[in-house]
Design a protein around this ligand. Structure first.
Ligand code: CO
Length: 410
């Protein structure tokens, strides 16, 4: 062992700079630059910039949400650059947006939450009241049910941001809905809860009371600070695992009722038209989904050799149990490594070492969640649901790596 090490040292003695050591470890293909630390003359001799009150990222970092060119940008969406995020948390500044009537400006001192309907004690809560109550912080994804919607018609979503960026994951802090409903004394016949927002369209959704009691949170903070105006400042509802639209922003009332209200956003919208002309309604749960973010459409693989395939998986049915990756167009699959902790209804990062021989390949990922649900292929999904849907697309996504390293959507 020792002599082996000595031999290797001798062999690499002439190439003792960083690049040489990496070459000895077989990693040159993955590392293309840096033969020395920054030269002395490049080091600053002046003081850097001053301390500041609120942080900014480096000017060299330019990743952004994608803002589409819309006639009425108040009624639109922006997407998270998932291929440029690391780990499981989306910075609040990059969390996707989807608004139905723009972002209202709300003074938190004047904002209240009314909890009423089939309850013993209808109550108006100020933000101050809510912050005095026992709180929880939980990490959950939010995904618009329209995420990946273009894949229904053609699987041509050019890149991860355009095709998958209506999903983000944050740490959310607030008061469990369970506690609020106990405070007001929900009556037994109260089986649904209407959640209404304070935006100009008075967005509201009907939600089954069991779900909001088990998982719902009235949220006032995201990733350690107040939620941002575009995320519902000063208050939003979080219904983990349910389609994004149910996570009502600028929350102003929760009304306990005996049946669903058939609101605009649960009849003409957010329903799924099946091949027989009937529509699936109240399709709340976001099924298991995954996508390889590195390498991915529009990006380039930097030459043959060692790479790490990375991606994200999530499910509205609890934890991600397994993510398999294929690097041969779906012929064979291998389990990827899952980053812990794997939290229920949160992004799970997966990784797999990959040695690319420089030949064209198709790569793809397939998620399985703890309920046993397996992410379907495009063929399986469209066979079951037809092609009329706009929402809830979660088919397996393939990327083609071409001989030159360019990656395109398949
Ligand atoms: Co739905």
């Amino acid at each position: 062992m020792r002599s082996n090490w000595k031999q290797r040292l001798k062999a690499t003695k002439k190439a003792i700079d960083r690049r040489g050591l990496l070459a000895a470890a077989g990693l040159t293909a993955a590392c293309s630059s840096g033969t020395k630390p920054a030269a002395e003359e490049e080091m600053p001799s002046e003081l850097g910039s001053a301390v500041s009150a609120y942080g900014e990222r480096s000017k060299f970092e330019t990743t952004k949400r994608l803002v589409p060119d819309l006639k009425r940008p108040q009624i639109g969406s922006t997407t998270t650059p998932l291929a440029d995020t690391e780990g499981m948390i989306t910075p609040a500044s990059l969390h996707f947006e989807r608004h139905h009537a723009g972002v209202p400006e709300i003074d938190p001192a004047k904002h209240t939450l009314l909890v009423h309907g089939l309850v013993e004690r209808p109550t108006v809560f100020t933000l101050e009241d809510l912050k005095r109550l026992p709180s929880v912080s939980r990490i959950h994804f939010v995904e618009c049910s329209g995420n990946s919607g273009r894949e229904w018609k053609s699987p041509g979503a050019g890149d991860v941001q355009k095709g998958f960026g209506l999903a983000s994951c944050s740490e959310w802090t607030g008061v469990p809905v369970k506690l609020l409903l106990e405070e007001v004394g929900r009556k037994a016949e109260g089986k649904w809860v209407l959640a209404e927002g304070a935006d100009a369209c008075r967005m509201f959704r009907s939600l089954p009371v069991e779900k909001v009691i088990s998982d719902g949170i009235v949220v006032y903070a995201q990733n350690g600070e107040a939620i941002r105006p575009s995320q519902g400042y000063p208050l939003r509802l979080l219904v983990p695992g349910y389609e994004g639209n149910t996570n009502v922003k600028w929350l102003r009332q929760l009304k306990v009722v005996d049946q669903a209200y058939m609101a605009k956003d649960e009849t003409s919208k957010y329903t799924d038209l099946m091949p027989d002309g009937k529509a699936r309604m109240f399709t709340f749960v976001m099924d298991a989904k995954s996508v390889i973010t590195t390498p991915s459409g529009g990006r380039k693989v930097g030459g043959p050799g060692f790479h790490e395939i990375r991606g994200l998986a999530w499910t509205g049915r609890g934890r991600i149990e397994k993510v398999e990756v294929s690097v041969d167009g779906g012929k064979t699959w291998k389990a990827a490594e899952l980053q812990e902790p794997r939290l229920p209804m949160a992004f799970t990062r997966f990784r797999m070492a990959w040695e690319w021989d420089g030949q064209p390949v198709e790569i793809m990922s397939r998620a399985t969640d703890e309920s046993g649900y397996v992410q379907p292929s495009r063929e399986e999904l469209t066979a079951a649901r037809g092609m009329n849907s706009n929402y809830h697309y979660n088919g397996i996504k393939a990327w083609r790596v071409k001989a030159g390293g360019e990656v395109e959507s398949v």
